[in-house]
Ligand binder design. Structure first.
Ligand SMILES: Nc1ncnc2c1ncn2[C@@H]1O[C@H](COP(=O)(O)OP(=O)(O)OP(=O)(O)O)[C@@H](O)[C@H]1O
Ligand SMILES: [Mg+2]
Length: 313
């Protein structure tokens, strides 16, 4: 039997967010804002912390620097009972981090410092440890220099050979991303980019057409996250959309990552695909109500209570 419900591998960042920020003060000026928060974030970590809050027993493979940011991330994980034994540290780079001056409307311009996540690398003989789970979420392709060399597809292939359910999200796609996806998607059960990213990579506009494009490349199913327009899901035999939930938006940082965390939690608890997407949608909506990638999410019961009472957009 697998040791963990889910294993989260990839981009791990310390986010430092403040709101509301209209503009950076002129010269060396100071402006006063309502709130500043630090939290683990990134395509792997943002999914991980929410899945853990929803009750999953999780492990993670990532790389952080030997600095205060890395220590903050692992301390936060330990408080959520997340296994930290596979976290790598490097002296060669600081922990990947982002400063987010959140606009009054919840938009999130980002100042990102690439770092230790570019050094994260899993050797072939470590795959078994990383795959000691029922689900593997691989997140952050695009900002993972060492693993983006082809090792990520080998990890996913290993996970599929061991019968894990694989989910996959990326970030900051370029014209070269498609070459990475050719090797990875044949081992991906749920490809979960934002619709915007999927449009950019495929050069297409319509969700159904884009999903067919990625399914032809090997993905079993696609879940496209469409911001306030909800999400679009495409499997081998059906396509459907789910609306977002009506909320007062504070900060949408990490909405996509938390959707993945909620989705994996739902599937892991035996929910149907549609119910898992609803749990993803609800987790993301809660995250948008506060500052940071896990804001608003407390535990499974309060998330289900919110789902029951919330209206759709
Ligand atoms: N303004 C909003 N109101 C309600 N729900 C929202 C809003 N923005 C996002 N969401 C929810 O969050 C989900 C994911 O958000 P989004 O599509 O912005 O992901 P993303 O672009 O991948 O984000 P990330 O930066 O975290 O990677 C959406 O499918 C939706 O359910
Ligand atoms: Mg995203």
């Amino acid at each position: 039997m697998a040791k963990f419900d889910a294993s989260f591998a990839g981009l791990t960042i310390l986010d430092i967010a403040g709101r509301p920020v209209d503009a950076i003060p002129e010269g060396g000026g100071v402006a006063f804002i309502d709130e500043i928060r630090m939290n683990p974030a990134g395509t792997a970590s943002g999914a991980l912390i929410n899945a853990a809050k929803l009750g999953l027993h999780c492990t993670t493979s990532a790389c952080v620097g030997e600095d205060e940011k890395g220590a903050f991330i692992t301390d936060s994980y330990k408080r959520l009972n997340i296994d930290c034994s596979l976290i790598q540290t490097t002296k060669d780079s600081q922990t990947s981090s982002t400063i987010l001056p959140i606009r009054p409307n919840g938009e999130r311009p980002a100042l990102h410092c690439r770092g230790a996540s570019d050094h994260w690398y899993i050797e072939d003989d470590e795959f078994d440890q990383v795959c000691d789970a029922r689900f593997l979420h691989h997140g952050g392709t695009g900002l993972l220099n060492a693993m983006d060399s082809g090792q990520s597809s080998k990890l996913l292939k290993h996970a599929k050979a061991k019968n894990l359910t694989t989910t996959f999200d990326l970030i900051a796609p370029t014209v070269h991303t498609i070459e990475l996806l050719e090797d990875m998607l044949p081992y991906v059960d749920f490809f979960m980019p934002s619709l915007e990213e999927a449009q950019f990579i495929s050069g297409m506009q319509q969700p159904r057409q884009i999903a067919n494009f990625f399914k032809k490349m090997g993905a079993t199913a696609c879940v496209f996250k469409c911001g306030a327009d909800g999400s679009y899901i495409s499997t081998a035999d059906r396509d459907f959309s789910l609306p977002a939930l009506k909320i007062e938006v504070s900060d949408t940082t990490g909405c996509g990552d938390s959707y993945c965390g909620g989705f994996i939690a739902g599937l892991s608890m035996g929910h149907s695909l549609e119910e898992a997407c609803q749990l993803g949608t609800t987790t993301a909506a809660l995250v948008a109500t506060g500052l940071g990638s896990d804001a608003g999410v407390i535990d499974l019961q309060s998330t289900l209570d919110f789902m029951a009472s919330a209206e759709t957009v």
